[in-house]
Design a protein around this ligand. Structure first.
Ligand code: SER
Length: 313
């Protein structure tokens, strides 16, 4: 029988779709969705959990006999810059709480997301390698880098089976992102359809690594399904698909909506974007456990617009 899975942060951009996908693969009875909110709809059992409260996590894990956790609750880059203490606390304590449950062997396997935000202004910007100078300059990036160190530490010291990916900006149509620097690449599609124009909070030439959600879900489930000995990196894997600037994605949208107009009004998120890489070298993920992306900027744009148009009907 498959291990029972708990998704913490099931109401978020990744969580919502990941729960649906896990239910399809393992069956609704083998998945439990949880979030700090109480009104999440899920195809499987739902529990309200505060990741800062180890008692509430433990109760749910024991009640459902959970063996595998996907810990997605976090404050993203722009929100964490507004509330640095809260960002650090949620992103760090949440992870440490679950790592402790692994050390105590309450659960066997953990997925915890890292991010391109672990890199900083001194990192090589193009084809950023797996192992390089990092020095993140945002609270979010600092929490992700520290988290990676903790994951590797628990693996080396206690043999905990924790797996992680450095997600690029994720683009999706089912559940909106919140508080990230890469969110523009989602907003732009909604506004293109609703208003035919979009004011971008990043400048025209700001190239960032991005990925369409179906690829991100395959990567996430892929690394969790890989044989343990194939997951050789226990901090977090670089993960890449596509890279583009606001100008480039706007031009792609214009192929579908010819009158679409983009304007630019960079805000504080520009400095965050400027500190991150433009493209990522993910050779290790491809080599070790067979990662391969499917969507290009072109196929993603066609698919996004198709689904958003359908949803408007
Ligand atoms: N998409 C995230 C953000 O912009 C990066 O991990 O904060």
């Amino acid at each position: 029988m498959a291990n029972k899975i708990l998704v913490i942060g099931a109401g978020g951009q990744i969580g919502k779709e990941l729960v649906e996908e896990l239910c399809k693969i393992y069956g609704n009875d083998n998945v439990v969705a949880s979030d700090i909110k109480h009104d999440i709809s899920a195809p499987c059992a739902y529990e309200m959990v505060n990741v800062m409260d180890v008692h509430s996590i433990t109760t749910v894990i024991k009640k459902h006999n959970v063996k595998e956790v996907y810990l997605l609750a976090a404050l993203l880059s722009a929100t964490a810059e507004k509330y640095p203490e809260q960002g650090w606390k949620l992103n760090m304590e949440g992870l440490l709480n679950v790592l402790e449950l692994m050390r105590e062997k309450v659960i066997d396997k953990l997925f915890w997301p890292s991010s391109i935000a672990v890199f900083g202004p001194n990192t090589p910007k193009v084809n950023t390698p797996q192992f390089t100078v990092m020095e993140p300059s945002t609270v979010y990036g600092i929490s992700k880098q520290a988290g990676e160190r903790w994951c590797e530490y628990y693996f080396r010291r206690y043999g905990t089976d924790v797996r992680s990916l450095r997600y690029p900006g994720l683009i999706s149509y089912k559940s909106p992102p919140g508080g990230g620097t890469t969110d523009y690449a989602v907003d732009i599609y909604y506004e293109a359809l609703a208003k035919g124009k979009y004011e971008c909070f990043l400048g025209p030439d700001t190239v960032l690594p991005m990925m369409y959600m179906p690829d991100a879900l395959r990567a996430t489930i892929g690394i969790m399904q890989a044989d343990a000995d194939k997951v050789k990196i226990r901090s977090a894997y670089n993960l890449a698909a596509i890279s583009f600037s606001p100008t480039e994605i706007a031009n792609e949208i214009k192929k579908h909506i010819p009158n679409f107009e983009i304007s630019y009004k960079p805000d504080s998120r520009q400095a965050i974007a400027d500190s991150w890489p433009q493209s990522i070298d993910d050779a290790e993920a491809r080599e070790h456990w067979g990662w391969k992306h499917q969507y290009s900027m072109e196929t993603m744009t066609t698919d996004m617009l198709l689904h958003l148009k359908e949803a408007k009907k």
